[in-house]
Design a protein around this ligand. Sequence first.
Ligand code: PEP
Ligand code: MN
Length: 337
Amino acid sequence: MIIVMKFDASKEEISNILKEVRKFGFKSNLSRGKEKTIIGLIGNVAAVSTDHFQLFSGVENVLRVSKPFKLASREFSPEKSVVRVNRVSLGGNDVIVMAGPCAVESREQILETALKVKEAGATILRGGAFKPRTSPYSFQGLKEKGLEILAEAKEKTGLSIVTEVMTPEHVPLVGEVADILQIGTRNMQNYALLEAAGKYNKPVLLKRGMMATLEEFLMAAEYILSNGNSNVILCERGIRTFETYTRNTLDLAAVPLLKELSHLPVCVDPSHATGLRSLIAPVSKAAVAVGTDALLIEVHPHPEKALSDGAQSLNLEEFSKFMEELRPVAVAIKRRI
Ligand code: PEP
Ligand code: MN
């Protein structure tokens, strides 16, 4: 059972609930967020009626949720959630395209990409400043300098920024520039990072761990939500299977299934899911058709010279053609790109 306190519930109202919970012999988990305070009850709560707690002052809602993920579940919020990022809404009628290179490599690369992807219809610029690389000898990103370049691109184009954060300590640093904090596949179960992002007041793009079940994925989202941040976007980016022709295997069914299980907006990243430039357009069309709310696409002015993930990046011209091809698919399901 979870008790959602009113936005303006006082300390006394919260402590009254905690005392009552103890009287029943239950343990509780209190998460005090910027938007909501939530009390989770732990113990055999089946015997207690939700009405009992509903009558206490300061209580907004009391819910019994059967799934292990509570705040992420459809039972908690039967309505789809919309995550607002400046002028853009994720989870609304528009399919949002986030595009840009795997990594921020130079000022010229980012400014050129930003202008061109904006012209083609993308509304969010992607680009890693801190890069989680499999090899310690690979390019690790421009770090702080990369963030400065992203900030300049944002100022010049008005595009919002999504960029990865790898450690809890870096959340405020990256959050100063990012409009959306990206938590990558390798960090999906980095609980300290999930908690730090949960306590920070910026939307989070949470990528599915490469070996994660959907339940594990939603439980990771639950860490962010239960720490008070309700703006989470789930990103399917392919999982590891026996197949080797593609970098990962895109779990397309995860898109409608996540939307059945959860109210959170869903994004698909066909670049990391396939590893192959030629598959980005067909796979994106399928993702739009099955209801993705957003796409995360790697775009580079010169993919052949990219310091990471060139083989799965579109060039600027290809990206613009890609956007044109995608629009009729969105229209066919009464959405817009
Ligand atoms: C990325 O988006 O650049 C990235 C590293 O993705 P993932 O965490 O899905 O591998
Ligand atoms: Mn990449």
